[in-house]
Design a protein around this ligand. Structure first.
Ligand code: IMP
Ligand code: MG
Length: 179
C-alpha cells in the first residue's frame, strides 16, 4: 500500500527511495574523489534545497576541501518564476579556486545561469556542477552537468532537502505530486 503525504494543500506519493538516493550520492562522491585527488576544491552549496545533499557529499569526500553557501531563489509554490534572485551572497574571494557547485535539482537551469555569472565575476579557476536530481526535459541552458545523480521527468518532487512552500525538506526519500 502506498503511503501518501499531504503538505499544505497538495498530496504527494512515494517516488524515489532513500536507498536509491544514497547510491546516486555514493557514485557522485566516488567520481569527485577521483577527479579531485590532491586538489583542494571549494564546494558551493546552493541553499536551501541542497543542504542535505551537500552534507552527504562532504562526508564522503576524502581530500582537503572547504564549503561555502549561497542562497538563490526562483520558485514560488510549485512553479519556477524564471527570475533568480540572490538572497545570501558569497563574501569570500574565490579567485583562482576550483569550485564544485552542489545543487539539489537542476530544472530550467536559471539558477545555474546566475551562478555562472557570479563565479565568472569572482574569477574562479574552474567550476564543475554536481546535482542530485535533474529534469532534462526542462533544461534550457548549455552548461555541462558534470555529476548528475538521478534524472526525472517533469514532476514536482519534495524530500531530501526539496520543499513545497517550505515543507517536506526533512523527508529522507523523495515524493512526487500526485496527479
Ligand atoms: P532552475 O533554476 O529552474 O534550474 O531551478 C532550480 C531550483 O528550483 C532548484 O534548486 C530547486 O530549489 C527548485 N526546484 C526545481 N524543481 C523542483 C521540484 O520539483 N521540487 C522542489 N523544488 C524544485
Ligand atoms: Mg535549489
Amino acid at each position: 500500500m502506498k503511503v501518501l503525504i499531504k503538505l499544505h494543500d497538495l498530496v504527494f506519493e512515494p517516488y524515489i527511495s532513500g536507498e536509491e538516493i544514497n547510491k546516486a550520492i555514493e557514485t557522485i562522491a566516488e567520481k569527485l574523489n577521483e577527479d579531485f585527488k590532491g586538489e583542494r576544491p571549494i564546494f558551493l552549496s546552493v541553499l536551501n534545497g541542497s543542504f542535505m545533499f551537500s552534507s552527504e557529499v562532504m562526508k564522503r569526500f576524502k581530500e582537503e576541501c572547504e564549503i561555502h553557501f549561497v542562497k538563490l531563489g526562483s520558485y514560488e509554490g510549485t512553479d519556477s518564476t524564471g527570475n533568480v534572485r540572490t538572497l545570501i551572497g558569497l563574501n569570500k574571494s574565490l579567485a583562482g579556486k576550483k569550485v564544485v557547485i552542489l545543487e539539489d535539482i537542476v530544472d530550467t537551469g536559471g539558477t545555474l545561469k546566475e551562478l555562472d555569472r557570479i563565479l565568472k565575476e569572482k574569477n574562479v579557476a574552474e567550476y564543475k556542477i554536481a546535482t542530485l536530481f535533474y529534469k532534462p526535459s526542462m533544461y534550457r541552458e548549455k552548461f555541462t552537468l558534470n555529476y548528475t545523480g538521478i534524472e526525472i521527468p517533469n514532476e514536482f518532487i519534495v524530500g531530501y532537502g526539496l520543499d513545497y512552500d517550505g515543507l517536506g525538506r526533512n523527508l529522507t526519500s523523495v515524493y512526487k505530486r500526485k496527479s
